[in-house]
Design a protein around this ligand. Sequence first.
Ligand SMILES: C[S@@+](CC[C@H](N)C(=O)[O-])C[C@H]1O[C@@H](n2cnc3c(N)ncnc32)[C@H](O)[C@@H]1O
Length: 400
Amino acid sequence: SLLEPEICPRSPFQFSLVPPTHLADGFSRLRGFLSHSNTAHRENESPGLHASEKAHSCRGQYCVWTSGEASSVGMSVVTTRANRKRILERSASRTVRSEPPANFRTTEIPGKGIGMIANRRIRKGEPILTAKPAVLVHRKLVDELDLDDQYSLLDVAVSELPPMRREQFLAQAGELGGHKVSDILFTNSFQVILGGEDGQHLGNFPDVSRFNHDCRPNVAFYIDQNLTHHTHAIKEIQSGEELTISYLDSFRARSVRQERAHTSWGFACTCSQCSLPREEADASDARLYKIYQVENQLSDLNNGKSTPDMVEQLIGLYREERLDFKIADAYTIAALNYNQFGMADLARRYADLSLEQGPLEHGTHAPDIEVMRAILEDAEGHWTYNRRPYREVAPDQDEL
Ligand SMILES: C[S@@+](CC[C@H](N)C(=O)[O-])C[C@H]1O[C@@H](n2cnc3c(N)ncnc32)[C@H](O)[C@@H]1O
């Protein structure tokens, strides 16, 4: 059930205004491992809970702890002692916002198993679900423990959950067969990074496991620093439409996306983008590669060759490719470049778009948000303003 490491095709941001918010697709060796990283963290918050309860079971440095035994939102963690402490710090002292009335229902979708259907019109930006993990498993356990030990710890983790939570976990779909708990885990887990060198985990959130995949989804998700999973509509969704998220890196070429869906989740992707006729699919792949190139260049704020045309090209390509569920970073890049060019109105316009979109994709604590707010409020006073003033250069002057 292991895949070769996947190399991220997208450029990491090269500007150093803020610490990197995520390492997109940082590690994806596990099949069925929904791509997500969560490095946002606030180390100084008070723990609220103490990490002293006894572990249920241990193998090597990995143990199982369960919290919330008496509630319906219990959580089992299978991890090291140090990471358990971090998990407690993040998951304690946070009240989960009460859910709005569900704007979806789950039902059988031909060829996809169970899926989620909007039961009314959903506006862009509306929340769909907020969810806490039922199981968090250290990622390295898969490499470091033999299968018997892995299965034993995972079985304990699930059997110790409060009954309703356990039922909810076991009702999730598995894809490969074999050991039931690990099959469910690898079919339905998200990447959760707690920060620090050793913080990589698989997070299983049974409430959000019924979203099927689409390479151009209508729902965006992120996991916040308190380990809460959030989903929001990224566009207007009509009643009766399926709600989807992207399991994989939707910036990859069609053949790569299809291979990934097949190997990791056992299905042939028939989404609208994967179903394009050959010529259009090739054109789409070419646009994705162009996005990679242009974004790479514009992300380097010291690159003197960037121009306003490139910024507009990048945004145009995102829109043409319907990547509106991952466009916040492009808006951020646009705002920063325009401000560097000394074009404050356009910088403010894109900062505004980034501030509208960013919270849906990354949450309200994403580091970029502060920078965008500063540009929106006082573009000319921001240190990026006019740093690389843009002037059209006539071709003959270029030679001088
Ligand atoms: C996270 S679960 C999604 C919910 C699942 N359909 C169920 O019945 O619980 C992932 C599994 O759903 C199915 N699936 C998800 N997206 C699909 C798609 N676009 N086409 C076909 N099957 C899909 C695959 O079997 C995949 O392994």
